[in-house]
Every structure is written in C-alpha cells, then in structure tokens.
Ligand binder design. Sequence first.
Ligand SMILES: *[C@@H]1O[C@H](CO)[C@@H](O)[C@H](O)[C@H]1NC(C)=O
Length: 341
Amino acid sequence: MKRCCWRWRVLLAACLGAALLLLVAATLSLLPESENGALGSGWLSGKRRNALQMLYNLDQGPSLALAEVHRQRRNLLRHACSHHTRRQRLLQPEDLRHVLVDDTHGLLYCYIPKVACTNWKRVLLAMSSLTSQDPQAIPAHEAHAPGRLPSLADFSPTEINWRLRDYLAFLFVREPFERLASAYQNKFKRPYSAAFQRHYGTRIVRRLRPHPHPDALARGHDVRFAEFLAYLLDPRTRRNEPFNEHWERAHALCHPCRLRYDVVGKFETLAEDAAFVLGLVGVPGLHFPAPPPRAKAATTHHQAMRLFQDISPFYQRRLFDLYKMDFLLFNYSTPSYLRLH
Ligand SMILES: *[C@@H]1O[C@H](CO)[C@@H](O)[C@H](O)[C@H]1NC(C)=O
C-alpha cells in the first residue's frame, strides 16, 4: 500500500514537472523581445558578463548591421511559428536531448547534425576546458562522445526552466534539402560509414527491393538517393521509431516554436554567425574552426540539385511537404530545381 502511494507521488511529481516545463516554454515565446532581454537583468549585480545580456545591449544600442540581421531572423521565426503551428503536445525533458548546456558561459546550443555541429561541440569543449585549447585540435570522436557536454534533458524541470530563462540559446540551421543531400552523401556514400549502412542501409534494401542481392542485403552499401527518400516517406519508418538525427527535421530536434532561441545561425553564413555568437560570449582568442573547402555553399547546392534531378515530381512534392516547416521557419525559399507543379 505504502509502496503504491509512493509511486503515485512520483508520477504526480513528474506530471507537474512536465506541465511546468510547458508553461515556461510557452510563456517565453509570447513575451515581447524587450522583456525577454530584461529577464537577464540580474546580470547587472553580478560580476560575470552574460551573453544574453550582451545581445540585449546590442539590440538597445545603435543599430549594428549583424545584430539587425539576427533580430529580423528571430522576428521571422516567431511570426512563422504563430502562423504555422497548431496545438502541440507537452514538451518532456527528453525532447531537449539536443540542447547542450554550458553553465560557465550561460549558453544553450541545440545541435543539428550536418550543420557544423562537430565544430560547435569542439568550441564548447574548448571553452569549458581550464587550459586554453584550440578547438581544431579536439578529435571529432571526442567532440561527439556521449556525456562530454551536458544536455538539458539531464536536468530536472526546475533546473531546465531557469536555464531556458536566463541563458543565451542558439542553434544553427541549413537549407533543408542541402542538409538532407549531405546526410545521404555522408552516411550512405562514404566508405567510412559502414556501420550506418549496415544499420539503415540493410533495412532500406530489405524493405524496398523485391529481389535484393545477398551482398546488398548484408551490407546495405549501395542505397540510391531515391530509395533513401522512399524510406523517409514510408509511413512505417516513423511509426517504428523517430527519424535518425541526421535526417530528422530541425524543428523536431530543437523545438524552435516552443523554446526561445536568441540567435538563429545559418550554415550558409557560418563564419559570420559563429563570430557573432562568440562575440556575445566574449572568450578572447577563441575562433570558430574554418570550414573545409568542400563545404562551400555552391558545392552543396549543386550536390542537392544533382541528387534531386532524378526524383519524380510526385516524390519531390511529398518530400517538400515533409520538410516544409524547416523551409518556412528559417526563411529558406523553395529550391528552383524542384518540379512541384
Ligand atoms: C528571407 O529571405 C529573403 C529571400 O532570400 C531575404 O530577402 C530576406 O532578407 C530574409 N529575411 C530574413 C528575416 O532573414
């Protein structure tokens, strides 16, 4: 009897916590911008410079071209959210798995794979190390090692809520189809993603090919882009489990209509936007790693165009519908190479 009672209490507490989380997230998205900034006003009495307060000061001061760009992006996001989102389910701490926490600098970074997230993780690790460290010297596997950077999902609702209120939250997004093309190229084409091919490639081959070759069935190494897209559009795929993070929609990973993001960075202007964020954080001598030459915007645009040209208008349309929210929320225009009509 006693045991049962205890369980009920835990359940009740969990429900209350979840409701609280929803409440704060919803309130923040309704607050006008100036009030959002004012939430960090406790900073004035503190000694440490706070990134959120820096942003607020920038917005109050003489207009700075870059600060203005970011203000417009935030407004566009808020506007798009209010137009395109319907009733949403409760956010649970687990939904915030992708939001990484830097308590020293008061930062929340929601990582989206294929949008320079390795480099952002490197930068966060470098900032958190006591000895000054060059982000570029941190190996990728170390940057991605689970638990190296704390996630918001690891905290209690109360601890989550005050961080959501007081910290500078940012994310980096990318043109959705270029991100998708990059994920395909990286996970199904590259020779070093054998594990990925075995896990997802074999599934795709098994499901989509009537008479699969035993080798393809065992290795999943030769999945075509059209097959990958058919797998994404197959309702069974998401019924079984959520999309893998490499192709899950940015809005589903980061909940930009539920959480207040102060900076929306873009892969297309990565260097400037990263410098803007690091300027707000104010860590002297820390630079965002330069992207490799192959990440040039023209190249990834061309790659997406080439991959999509063999896809039927029917599939193009359905895929555009699947990723539409990411296009709308982050102001990406419909790719000109699509045949939607
Ligand atoms: C949205 O995109 C259009 C077209 O690319 C651009 O002219 C405009 O400045 C963008 N708006 C914002 C707020 O980024």
